[in-house]
Design a protein around this ligand. Structure first.
Ligand SMILES: Cc1ncc(COP(=O)(O)O)c(C=O)c1O
Length: 367
């Protein structure tokens, strides 16, 4: 037993982040300003998005996305029960109704066939909100195809999916040129890129420009555009907007977290690979799959083919990542104890265990 408490998913904060926060504090500009501009632009480049808007949470990003698209009372939005509560809260907050469909048994991501069935049955559905659960990309080709045929918008909840890719495209880059597509990320304290609280919305330029107004009281100019030497004090309130903007103090952390993301990703993959290797073959456990063509933000690529057509990915995987010392003991030990005491099939996803929504309404959410 460890003598000291092992904290859950602590952020990897270095001197770079600390110094940048101090610089922001000393600069005299602590709300949305030059550091937010830099963070947005580097993030946009990193994921290959057309435009990006830094916000104070992923929840705020999803709320704004729905508002920008004009989704509201009388509309329905199809999503998944395998998510954190706020994916569904925001649908209700704009006055729309969530329609939840079941997940694929291997990835636990929303099942495109069930989306199709729901959309065919319900003409009030205006958007699809897929969640890349535990960082494994959803089957976006199928989802975009449904959206295109039924003229629906796609708002991706990518809270866990940084960095992740689907068929050579980073999550956050446009999923289809002829479909309205916005993507929301989380920088909450336990996320892969952590700014304490924070989020990012990516998408087409004109929608992100509109989202910027929604994020700051519907105002036509933010504080930096009003109070700096080159700015103008004149502004209009054009929308009944929210207060979801990211301040420069948070962006100061984000800039350096973003630079470290590939290194943190490699390290996470090493650790998860070691868990997967150690857990392979244990009775009662199903290990997470990585479908060919996808890279997950959490689990390393595996060298067996578990493409959608091959069905369940429960065969024993062989991992390509190297072994290393693990630091994720508490969560996994708890997960193992839970699963063995219940003698149930369980699925371990690196740092969190969930029983399939199909088997049980209760699950452990990564909040
Ligand atoms: C799948 C998912 N979506 C959305 C969120 C909300 O993110 P935020 O705390 O940045 O609002 C979370 C938070 O953990 C999450 O896990």
């Amino acid at each position: 037993m460890r003598p000291e408490f092992l904290s859950f998913s602590p952020p990897l904060i270095g001197e770079e982040e600390i110094e940048e926060v101090v610089k922001a504090l000393r600069s005299g500009w602590i709300t949305t300003g030059p550091r937010v501009d830099r963070f947005q632009s580097e993030f946009r480049e990193f994921v290959g998005a057309e435009s990006a808007l830094a916000l104070n949470s992923c929840t705020g990003a999803m709320h704004i996305a729905l508002a920008v698209l004009g989704i509201g009372p009388g509309d329905r939005v199809v999503s998944t029960p395998m998510t954190f509560a706020s994916t569904i809260h925001v649908i209700e907050q704009v006055g729309a109704q969530p329609v939840l469909v079941d997940v694929e048994p291997d990835t636990l991501n929303i099942d495109p066939e069930r989306i199709e069935a729901a959309v065919r049955a319900d003409p009030k559905i205006k958007a699809i909100m897929p969640v890349h659960i535990y960082g494994h990309p959803c089957e976006m080709d199928a989802i975009i195809d449904i959206a295109r045929r039924h003229q629906l918008a796609v708002i991706e909840d990518a809270a866990h999916a940084l960095p992740a890719s689907y068929r050579g495209r980073m999550i956050g880059a446009p999923a289809g040129s002829d479909v309205t597509n916005l993507v929301a990320f989380s920088f909450y304290a336990n996320k892969n890129l952590a700014t304490g609280e924070g989020g990012m919305l990516t998408g087409p330029r004109e929608l992100i420009d509109e989202a910027r107004k929604w994020s700051l009281h519907g105002m036509s100019r933010d504080a930096h555009q009003r109070y700096t030497e080159e700015g103008s004090w004149f502004y209009e309130v054009q929308l009944p907007g929210f207060k979801y903007n990211m301040p420069d103090i948070q962006a100061a952390i984000g800039i350096h977290q973003l630079a470290k993301l590939p290194m943190m990703q490699r390290r996470r993959h090493e650790i998860v690979a070691q868990y997967d290797e150690g857990l392979t073959g244990l009775p009662g456990l199903e290990l997470p799959v990585i479908r060919s063509g996808s890279t997950s933000s959490v689990s390393p690529s595996i060298d067996h083919d578990s493409s959608p057509s091959s069905g369940s990915g429960t065969s024993a995987p062989r991992f390509t990542s190297s072994r290393s010392t693990s630091i994720l003991t508490t969560e996994t030990n708890m997960a193992l104890r839970r699963s063995s005491s219940r003698s149930r099939s369980a699925r371990i996803s690196g740092w969190c265990l969930c029983r399939s929504a199909r088997n049980s309404p209760t699950a452990t959410w990564p909040t």
